[in-house]
Every structure is written in C-alpha cells, then in structure tokens.
Write a protein that binds this ligand. Structure first.
Ligand code: AMP
Ligand code: MG
Length: 348
C-alpha cells in the first residue's frame, strides 16, 4: 500500500513539474502578451505548441531592466545610467552596466559606419526640439548653432570598466534610435534559449521573427505606409529568423505653417532630416544593427543610404521616397510585394 502511495505521489509530482515547465500548451492560436514598455506597445507571440511557461515574462522582465538602465524619460525615471552619464557631462566618467556600455559602444560603431548620420550624442538637439513633448517648438537658428558642437559621437568615450565620459557640460547620450533594437535582440535570445522555435516579437514596429511560421513557411511582414493618416501597408516582405525595423517621418512629429517637423534629426544641420525619404526599413540578422541602420539611412537618403546597406553583408533595405517611389536593395529584389497603389516600385 505504502509503495502505491509513493508511486502515486511521485507520479503527481512529476506531472506538477512537467506542467510547470511546459504549461503553455494550447489548442489553437499563439500565446500572446502585450505590455507597455520602451514608450510603446510591446508584443511577444509564441506559436510553439508547448514551451516553458515563464519564457515570455522572463523576456519582458529583461526589457524592463534595459529600460530602467537607459531611459532618458525624466517624467518616468529620476535616475537611470544614461541620465547619470548626461548629468555628469564635463564633470566625471560614470560606471555603467554591461548593457549600457554595449549599447553606447554599438551606437558609436554605427555612428562611424554611417559617417555620423546616426549620432548617439544627439540628446542636446532632441532636448532642444522637444518633439513629442509638450514643449515641442521650432528653435531659433542661433540656438541650433549653439547646440550643434555638443553633438559629436567622436567626443564620447567608453573606457575600461564600462566608464562613460562626456567631456563638455550640455552634452548627452540618447539611445532612442538603437535601444529598442537591443531589447528586441535580448527578448529573442531569451525565447530561443527557452527552446522556442516559432515566435514574433513586435516592439512598436521593431520586429524580430524567430524561425519560420509553424507550417514551415516564411513570415509575411507588413511595412507600414509612410502616410500617418493611413493604417494600411506599403509593402509585404517574407523573412525567416531576421529583424525588420522601420524609421520614418510619420512616427513622431508636429506641424507648423504646413511644415512637418519630425523626430529624426540630421546631426549635420540640427534640423529634422530632409533627405527625400519618407521611410527606411532595414532587415538584418540583429535588431540592434537594423535599428541603428534604419535611423542612419533615413538621414543619409536614398543614394548614400543604399550604398551603405549594399556594403554591409546581411543587411537589406526598403526605402520610400517623397515622390512615392519604393527602392529595394539587391538582396531583396523580387521578394518585396508592393501593396500601396499610390507608390510604385522603382527599378534600381
Ligand atoms: P528611430 O525611431 O529608431 O529612427 O529613432 C528615432 C529616435 O532616435 C529619436 O526619437 C531620437 O531619440 C533619436 N535620434 C534622432 N535623430 C537621431 C540621429 N541622427 N542619430 C541617432 N539617434 C537619433
Ligand atoms: Mg532606429
């Protein structure tokens, strides 16, 4: 009798352990969770029929951790590592976590690769324009002139021991163009480490596709139409195990006297970039690279942006221009389906 009780107890225990680790079995549809993080709706959808039940929340916890380290949103955080670095500009180096050191170092690397079109030290200009905040306004030209010398990624140093130093008061780091990409990569790593093979991560349009769809086919990912009044799609592209990130003048902006002032600033002029692009979508093996690149090539424009993309193995791009043409990089030829009837595919 005792043996039977032991047997039943052991069986129950193993069922319990099994159901704790693999408890997300469902009959239909993905396991999907959305949280508001990184200033946007972030969604993780897992399509595997079973996987460790804690995987999605572990991924979100990691994203929260990254946000708490790098946000410069002072209405939400009194103190983050990046706020600390910026407050100590001209004073002293600040020791930061590996996460922050990595994102800033990657920011400097992408700044170099894009000849400064992407600039991790853009914070003083972002602050001056205040786009998307209650104090957004068009600064007077002398204010921009005064601010421009503070924006220069070459003056940012990341020293041994993860100490970041900005040499002049008023300088500041803004990881808004790259940190979401890093968060997506970290979420993808955690899901993969949990054995998940089919998932979609969508952090406000920064998307990562893990594996294929469950039926073995590629994911069909929509590229947003650059006109903000329209919710429909510009194009669709099929991808497997890749990141896809878009930057555009439609994301955050205000209008004054019929002119749109948007949130991607050209470090050369101090103005919202006017490169002739309305959106730049980058596809690549990592989201941090695709994120930095989408911001960079949006500033660089069609010719220089496409040249940069073509020089980087593994990265592809889809550009939409103000004259409603869509250009795709060589590795995407024939793989992009144009949906918007008001745009045409250009032969590149
Ligand atoms: P994204 O939406 O990824 O293109 O990033 C835009 C955000 O990056 C802005 O809201 C700013 O926080 C920041 N940013 C704006 N212009 C630049 C730039 N030229 N280089 C790097 N970051 C920028
Ligand atoms: Mg970006």
């Amino acid at each position: 009798m005792k043996r039977i009780i032991y047997f039943i107890a052991a069986a129950l225990l193993s069922v319990l352990v099994f159901s704790l680790t693999i408890s997300c079995s469902r009959d239909s549809g993905p396991a999907r969770e959305t949280r508001f993080l990184l200033g946007t709706a972030t969604t993780i959808s897992v399509f595997d029929s079973s996987f460790p039940s804690q995987a999605i929340s572990r991924a979100f916890d990691r994203v929260s951790e990254i946000q708490e380290r790098m946000s410069i949103n002072e209405s939400e955080y009194d103190d983050t590592e990046i706020l600390e670095v910026n407050r100590n500009a001209g004073l002293s180096p600040v020791a930061v976590s590996d996460d922050t050191a990595l994102v800033v170092s990657e920011g400097i690397r992408w700044a170099e690769l894009s000849s400064g079109a992407f600039d991790i030290s853009i914070a003083p200009l972002v602050q001056l324009w205040g786009i998307g905040t209650p104090r957004e306004r068009v600064p007077a030209p002398p204010e921009i002139e005064e601010t421009l010398p503070l924006v220069n990624y070459r003056r940012v140093s990341v020293r041994d021991g993860n100490r970041i130093f900005l040499p002049e008061e008023g300088m500041g780091i803004d990881v808004g163009g790259i940190a979401k990409g890093y968060a997506v990569d970290e979420a993808a790593r955690i899901l993969r480490e949990a054995g998940i093979q089919h998932a979609l991560i969508d952090f406000g349009g920064d998307i990562f596709t893990i594996g294929t769809r469950v039926d073995g086919k590629p994911w069909r990912i929509g590229v947003q139409h650059p006109s903000s009044v329209r919710q429909d799609l510009l194009a669709v592209v099929e991808i497997v195990d890749l990141a896809i990130v878009s930057s555009g003048d439609y994301e955050r902006y205000f209008e004054q006297n019929g002119i749109r002032y948007h949130h991607i600033l050209d470090p050369a002029t101090g103005m919202p970039s006017r490169s002739g692009l309305t959106s730049a979508t980058v596809i690549g093996p990592d989201s941090i690279g695709a994120d930095a690149l989408s911001t960079a090539v949006f500033v660089m424009g069609l010719d220089d942006g496409m040249e940069l993309i073509e020089s980087l193995p593994g990265y592809e791009a889809i550009f939409a221009t103000t004259n409603r043409r869509v250009y795709v990089s060589s590795g995407l030829q024939g793989r992009v389906e144009l949906l918007a009837s008001d745009h045409e595919l250009a032969d590149s």
